[in-house]
Unconditional design. Structure first.
Length: 83
């Protein structure tokens, strides 16, 4: 993993993907849950409140961008470490 400048308030999706050694891709529900540790219903509630990345619909399947999930978890960690 590359060193991530945590003092930078607005990381780009490219920077977060580079930090985790990933490329942009779509994540299904099972992977979203593994990354965020949120239940399906809790993720839905946060999404409705505008506090969680919005899902994309491909056919009947819900997917999320990996970079958006990683940014969300990074920002959550940052806000918890500030408290």
């Amino acid at each position: 993993m590359t060193q991530l400048d945590t003092n930078q308030p607005n990381l780009s999706s490219k920077e977060i993907l580079l930090h985790y050694g990933e490329t942009e891709r779509l994540c299904r529900e099972k992977e979203r849950r593994r990354i965020t540790s949120l239940s399906r219903s809790q993720a839905w509630v946060l999404e409705q409140e505008g506090k969680f990345p919005t899902r994309k619909k491909i056919g009947r399947t819900n997917v999320w961008l990996l970079s958006e999930l990683l940014l969300w978890t990074h920002q959550l960690r940052e806000s918890n470490s500030d408290a």
